[in-house]
Design a protein around this ligand. Structure first.
Ligand SMILES: Nc1ncnc2c1ncn2[C@@H]1O[C@H](COP(=O)(O)OP(=O)(O)OP(=O)(O)O)[C@@H](O)[C@H]1O
Length: 595
């Protein structure tokens, strides 16, 4: 909130200017700008937070504007009845646009949405009977209360109220489980699935939000202008919103406000510079992308973070931090709370997986007992990560069966497994780089958070209570890893070793019944390694099954109850650590054939 106060003050000042000036041109421009902020805010959810590029936002605004215009001008509906219908219709159109997003990467989606924008404009011209063709729809009345029609300033007030409501809702969304889920889809889709986020549902939700807000913007634009024509919705108009979000700061709440003020309102006011506008904005965009790719709000946040760091007392020496970690980890891990249920075992039979001609798994039969630390070792490329991916359902096996507890999960999704209590630590940390450490840990609780969509969006007491409890738990976990003081810092700023610990904290936040760890020891200092060993044992003692893929044999020998050795996709041996690691075939694998 502290971050958004200055921007809210700026917005209030911008809103107050037309309200005190009394100049109708300024009121008109301010209303248009405030409507653009509504549309930009929706696009920020889609693009900024969920990573779905849309060049078709202007077309969705057109759908909202025409729906409102047709219902009001041709059918005599009131604005209060027409606008909600326009919002629903446009949210539906936005959702349709999302369908290709399930299969395509973001830049292809940009092309699809661009195509949609062109198609909508043609349809507006073609369906002349409904839309008025090139002449458009005229005579759209202003909204009225009873017999009193709203004036220009009233419409501005109305748009500002819509903005404030939207701002609060979006703030609630992005600070919640939903927001973290969106950012996970944007930054690391596999990790998102492993914590229980369904990328397809999340993209659909984002497109529906973007559609609904564009529909609202369209409805407001229709009554603000009093007429709509195809020329209002050119491709430039669609691109404008993307630029507004990028320039203002994608994934920053204030981004669309700043972007609109700079990209739309300022040049409208400085009419003397009209001829130079293209040049000035092209150059500004280039400079911004080079020096502040996170946009103005993002650049400002970075600057403040740097200044705060400069002012902060000298950081505790690394050894001090490590001591915190080593001392606290085991104890705090126990404090995290018990797993969500009984520990889960896994049974694999005849599991095969190939990538083209590479046979990564060649018929694996393996039982992982519940409540044990089961290590999987083997040379590079022996299929360890593939095995973890098959167990966690990030990969589907070509043949064979996977049982989780008593349940056959051979066809289940990773999201479903996360809901059953399976958590995952990746070989290279997959984090929300631009989010705080605390938010990264909170993401781990995604599959066990209970507050539903409405409670979250409106931040009802139930959602607030749940959040407060989870924040306490996340902070305890961060403290357990010696990261408490950095809870609010960006995850991307952490050194590699601490990023790994952060991933472990995120996985523990799920209170997993089965924890899959892929080389958690890589890149850790000896002290961190010691702490990790203690932590793994504490996790097992708390009642979680741990599957540990690891090259660090000393760690494996220290913590594992069972060791399985793989080589070239086949199981070499499986048993107690001293037995398995002492097996002549395993010694040969690691040390080479005896001379
Ligand atoms: N997505 C993929 N596409 C093509 N080949 C793959 C893919 N994933 C894994 N492989 C191949 O499958 C084999 C097993 O890889 P995997 O990552 O499971 O081994 P690993 O034992 O985890 O290795 P490391 O210890 O180096 O992480 C390797 O030959 C690898 O190149």
């Amino acid at each position: 909130m502290r971050r958004t106060v200055p921007w809210l003050a700026l917005l209030a000042a911008a809103a107050a200017l037309p309200l005190v000036s009394g100049d109708p041109t300024i009121t008109y421009l301010a209303t248009t700008a405030a409507i653009y902020v509504v549309v930009g805010t929706g696009l920020n959810i889609m693009f900024g937070y969920t990573g779905q590029v849309s060049l078709g936002q202007g077309a969705l605004v057109a759908v909202g504007a025409y729906a409102t215009g047709i219902l009001m001008a041709d059918h005599g509906w009131t604005f209060w009845a027409a606008a909600p219908v326009a919002v629903v219709v446009t949210a539906g159109a936005g959702t349709l646009m999302a369908l290709p997003a399930f299969r395509l990467s973001s830049w292809y989606i940009a092309l699809v949405t661009l195509g949609a924008a062109m198609a909508v404009r043609s349809l507006l011209v073609e369906f002349e009977g409904l839309t008025g063709g090139w002449s458009g729809l005229v005579g759209i009345p202003r909204p009225s209360f009873g017999s009193r029609e709203l004036g220009e300033r009233d419409v501005l007030w109305m748009v500002l109220v819509v903005n404030v409501v939207l701002f609060v809702m979006v703030r609630n969304i992005v600070g919640s489980r939903l927001g973290r889920g969106m950012m996970a889809v944007r930054d690391a889709p596999e990790m998102a699935r492993s914590v229980g986020v369904g990328p397809a549902r999340m993209k659909l939700f984002a497109f529906a939000c973007g559609g609904a807000t564009a529909g609202m913007g369209g409805a407001l634009l229709a009554v603000h202008h009093g007429l709509v024509t195809p020329d209002d919705f050119t491709l430039d108009f669609s691109i404008l919103f993307l630029l507004v979000v990028i320039i203002g700061g994608a994934a920053r709440l204030a981004g669309p406000v700043i972007g609109t003020l700079l990209f739309f309102a300022l040049p409208e006011l400085l009419t003397g510079l009209a001829e130079w506008r293209g040049l000035i904005y092209g150059a500004a965009l280039l400079v911004l992308m080079v020096y502040a790719p996170q946009g103005i709000a993002g650049g400002w946040d970075k600057l403040r973070a740097r200044r705060r760091k400069g002012r902060a007392p000298a950081a505790t020496p690394a050894t001090g931090a490590a001591e915190d970690t080593a001392e606290d980890v085991a104890e705090d891990a126990a404090e995290v709370g018990p797993p969500r249920g009984e520990p889960l075992g896994v049974e694999l039979s005849g599991v095969r997986k190939s990538f083209g001609g590479v046979h990564a798994l060649q018929g694996i039969d393996l039982t992982i007992e519940p409540g044990k630390v089961h290590a999987i070792v083997g040379p590079n490329g022996s299929g360890k990560t593939t095995l973890l991916n098959v167990i966690s359902r990030l990969l589907r096996q070509d043949a064979g069966r996977v049982l989780l507890g008593a349940e056959d999960v051979s066809r289940a999704t990773a999201e479903r497994l996360a809901r059953r209590g399976v958590a995952r630590v990746f070989q290279t940390p997959r984090l929300l780089g631009a989010s705080s450490l605390r938010d990264n840990v909170l993401l781990g609780a995604y599959a066990r958070e209970r507050a539903g969509g409405p409670a979250t969006v409106l931040r009802l007491p139930r959602a607030r209570r749940e959040r407060a409890e989870l924040v306490l738990e996340a902070d305890r976990l961060l403290a357990g890893h010696g990261l408490a003081r950095r809870a609010e810092e960006e995850a991307a700023a952490l050194p590699h070793g601490e990023q790994r610990l952060l991933e472990v904290a995120r996985a523990l936040m799920a209170r997993p019944r089965l924890l899959l760890m892929d080389e958690p020891a890589a890149g850790l200092t000896p002290r961190e390694l010691e702490a990790l060993g203690r932590l793994i044992r504490a996790i097992r003692d708390a009642g979680t099954t741990v599957v540990l893929v690891e090259h660090h044999i000393e760690l494996v020998a220290n913590v594992a109850d069972v060791v399985t050795v793989l080589d070239r996709g086949r199981l070499v041996t499986s048993g107690a650590p001293e037995e398995a690691l002492g097996d002549a075939r395993v010694v040969e694998l690691y040390l080479g054939a005896p001379a």
